[in-house]
Write a protein that binds this ligand. Structure first.
Ligand SMILES: [Zn+2]
Length: 325
């Protein structure tokens, strides 16, 4: 089995490689361009699309070892293959084969299909390192199309009542997913500069991405759908847009009362992560001998897998005590 260590990031010491570390490292695999997965590394292994998006989000020079989906890179004795993760544009998993066995690292992933992301792929592996954001049985997402239809209805009803619909969605991933659906349905989205730039890049990278999204102009917001990142900054930026109706797009909308927590008029469970049934399904597909979990309910999900007869441990939480026992 491949030696895996965790210290503020996942390290594969026998390969000299870090997986999505938060701090700058000599050599890192970057699974996708969400900010919590980026740092000023000296050398990076990543897909060409993630490289484009990373350049738009983080300055500085680095050596890029581009790894398109399905292609292989030699790293010492190991063979590295990138597999689509289905999370956001360009997102990938890393499959590593070496004399020590095979390892699959998911990064963030989802199995559900969507408009703006390549479908998730997988391979069987001895060791599976997986994200477990929604690793509790209560987290079961409704079908994506049903959620999108709910968002579209919210936007149409807001516009008909004379209000401006404001959708709070992360600038990379969910913003493109909803922009694509809005344009397909004759609604015109406006985005602030950073989200607009990222959407332009995704539109260049993905065939079929519809045209017609606009840069945000607060004075001309009436009749448009505003797609902005969640948070106070966006609320302040749009204070003069009145009347407005707000909705947050997040997987955490599965929690009861989410719209009150986010102080919005509505909350829609649009997520770019796997829900609990898909996390379980993924383990069944990969058939690993050992699972290491990361993010969200990592310890609870690992305990759940052990109860199902699969060796599993959380990397990022302290259930290693249980391992010692
Ligand atoms: Zn992510």
């Amino acid at each position: 089995m491949v030696d895996v260590r965790f210290q503020n990031g996942v390290e594969l010491p026998s390969h000299g490689l870090w997986l999505d570390p938060h701090k700058a490292k000599p050599l890192a695999f970057v699974s996708h361009a969400h900010s919590d997965h980026l740092a000023a590394h000296a050398e990076v292994v990543l897909t060409p699309a993630t490289a484009r998006l990373m350049c738009a989000r983080i300055s500085g020079k680095r050596v890029e070892r581009l790894l398109p989906y399905g292609q292989t890179l030699e790293l010492g004795e190991a063979r590295l293959t990138a597999l689509s993760a289905g999370h956001i544009c360009g997102s990938s998993q890393l499959y590593i084969e070496s004399e020590a066995g095979s390892l699959l690292y998911t990064g963030d992933f989802k199995l559900r299909g969507c408009r703006s992301t390549e479908a998730c792929a997988w391979r069987q592996a001895d060791t599976l390192i997986m994200e477990t954001t929604f690793g509790l049985p209560q987290y079961q997402l409704p079908p994506t199309e049903e959620v999108i239809q709910g968002v579209l209805t919210f936007c149409r009803e807001s516009l008909e009542s004379g209000a401006v619909p404001v959708l709070h969605a992360y600038s990379l991933g969910k913003a493109q997913e909803i922009v694509w659906a809005l344009l397909e349905n004759g609604l015109v989205p406006m985005l602030p500069p950073a989200a607009h730039r990222l959407t332009e890049i995704c539109a260049e990278l993905q065939s079929g991405f519809p045209q017609g999204f606009l840069p945000l102009n607060v004075a001309d917001a009436a009749g448009h759908v505003l797609v902005v990142p969640p948070g106070r900054k966006s609320k302040e930026l749009l204070r003069s847009v009145q009347p407005q109706r707000t909705a947050v797009l997040t997987g955490w909308a599965m929690n009861p009362g989410a719209r009150f927590q986010y102080k919005c008029d509505a909350a829609f469970a649009l997520s770019d992560h796997a829900d609990y049934p898909d996390l379980i399904r993924y383990v069944e597909l990969v058939q690993p001998r050992k699972v290491l979990t990361l993010h969200g309910f990592a310890a609870a999900f690992a305990a759940d897998l052990r109860a199902r007869g699969i060796e599993a441990w959380a990397l990022s939480e302290n259930d290693q005590l249980e391992l010692a026992l």
